[in-house]
Design a protein around this ligand. Structure first.
Ligand code: 9WN
Length: 445
């Protein structure tokens, strides 16, 4: 670039451009995932955002997580959206008047001061709190960051492990595809097919004002998302628990990524406890028990990876999604299990280092594969960041370095896209997406 005085300015660095995205998406106490498509605060987005933001401003990263955890419900759940009251209702669907958290969620302890959704998202938070602390321990201590966050994180994990153990095997279940964060993954097709869709005329999809219809979930998917969420709301957001078969709704699934993130966060919580003067031993032990339950219940030797389990039927769901590779982030995964996961990652179904440079969200050879449709094929930056971390953890340094290089290059060329075509790297969804920018910053450090 040439400035008006004619001298050549060095091009803005990738780091500076990523920081510019995060600064543009900052709303004073939290960050929106995307200015156009997602104008509120999202739960797992904020965790990933804080992990990157800590390199830019540890104070802002702490604030991001404090804002989210400040909207926690009395029963321990951390809502998947915290609504910004100054954003018009029609900017995003479902809006606060759909969830009615402060009235419909009263029994479950929804806060009265802020409007939220009533479902949850993957528990990346304790991991994020710990990583944010390590970026500036002095600031963290001076603000009592860990001691304020710890009881909230402990209550969050307690909620998931007790109220959400709908299968009775020690793992947490999700009761809506939005809870797992990979909204239209083919793994949900079978359990969702039992849900009667809400009529299309009963709601208006604000997402189609900003995103291309062929890159987003279908209207039929949305009808089912709306029905499930409305039924959960109308039941007062009550979780049935295992005793009554998780009566709360028509959908209950044990998902490998959701549970692996819970385990990674339980290890992080142990470190936080130690920093606060406790031993952390009980938490590490619980993480171990959870890892065993994950392998016992969700590992599929024939697929060479983890699969989801449909709690209603008790059967595994035979679809290979990136969710089933995410347990690679677990430090005490049996050695042979980790080695098999790496082989699957680099084999024909995900093609890493062969036909793809980034991990696709779904099986390249699968019947439902679509390189542009949201979680049915495109590569996403958060799941790739997790796989990169897992590869490094298990000593696969060369593969991790290649994946890191591809992530940085694609974040750059795609304009920090929400997700990309796994073959071409072509941008899909929103641009200037916060977790893409944040995880870029993290990989640069
Ligand atoms: C529903 C915000 C969120 C992400 C999810 C992603 C998408 C929402 C939507 O956007 O979901 O929660 O409207 O499609 O699937 O992972 O947290 O970025």
């Amino acid at each position: 670039p040439v400035d008006p005085l004619g001298s050549v300015r060095p091009a803005e660095s990738l780091q500076a451009r990523a920081a510019r995205v995060l600064n543009g998406n900052w709303r004073g106490t939290s960050t929106v995932p995307s200015r156009s498509l997602y104008p509120h605060q999202w739960s797992w987005d904020s965790a990933f955002i804080a992990i990157g933001l800590r390199h830019l401003s540890p104070l802002r990263a702490q604030t991001e997580l404090e804002t989210l955890l400040g909207a926690q419900w009395g029963d321990g759940r951390i809502p998947h959206i915290v609504f910004n009251p100054s954003v018009p209702l029609d900017a995003y669907f479902p809006s606060p008047d759909f969830w009615r958290s402060s009235t419909a969620g009263r029994t479950a302890g929804a806060p009265g001061t802020v409007q939220t959704s009533g479902i949850v998202q993957p528990p990346v938070h304790a991991l994020a709190v710990w990583l944010v602390h390590t970026a500036d321990p002095g600031l963290s201590r001076s603000r009592s960051f860990l001691s304020r966050m710890y009881p909230r994180l402990a209550a969050w994990h307690r909620y998931l492990l007790h109220r959400r153990d709908l299968g009775g095997g020690g793992l947490a279940s999700v009761v809506h595809p939005w809870e797992q964060g990979m909204d239209n993954a083919p793994s949900w097709d079978a359990p969702l097919s039992r849900v009667a869709p809400a009529p299309a005329r009963s709601f208006r999809r604000a997402d189609l004002d900003h995103g291309a219809a062929e890159d987003r979930p279908t209207d039929l998917d949305y009808g089912r998302y709306v029905r499930l969420a409305a039924d959960y709301r109308d039941g007062g957001y009550a979780d049935g628990g295992h005793a009554d078969g998780g009566r709360a709704g028509g959908f209950a699934v044990e998902d490998p990524a959701f549970n692996a993130l819970l385990i990674a966060s339980e290890h992080a919580l142990a470190r936080i406890a130690r920093e606060l003067g406790a031993t952390g031993t009980a938490r590490h032990a619980r993480a171990e028990r959870l890892t065993t339950a994950l392998v016992d219940r969700l590992w599929d030797p024939a697929a060479g990876m983890f699969l989801c389990r449909d709690v209603r039927t008790g059967e595994p769901i035979p679809e290979r999604g990136v969710s089933g590779l995410v347990p690679l982030i677990l430090p005490t995964l049996p050695r042979e299990t980790a080695a098999t996961l790496v082989r699957t990652l680099c084999g024909p179904h995900f093609g890493l280092g062969d036909t793809t440079r980034l991990v696709p969200s779904y099986d390249l050879t699968g019947h439902a594969f679509d390189p542009h449709r949201y979680w049915r094929g495109p590569a996403w930056f958060n799941t790739n960041w997790l796989v990169e971390r897992g590869l490094r953890l298990h000593g696969e340094t060369a593969r991790a370095a290649e994946l890191r290089g591809a992530l940085l290059e694609t974040a750059d060329t795609s304009g920090f896209a929400e997700y990309v075509d796994p073959y071409s790297g072509e941008a899909c969804g929103a641009l200037g997406f916060s977790w893409t920018a944040a995880l870029t910053l993290d990989l640069l450090h």
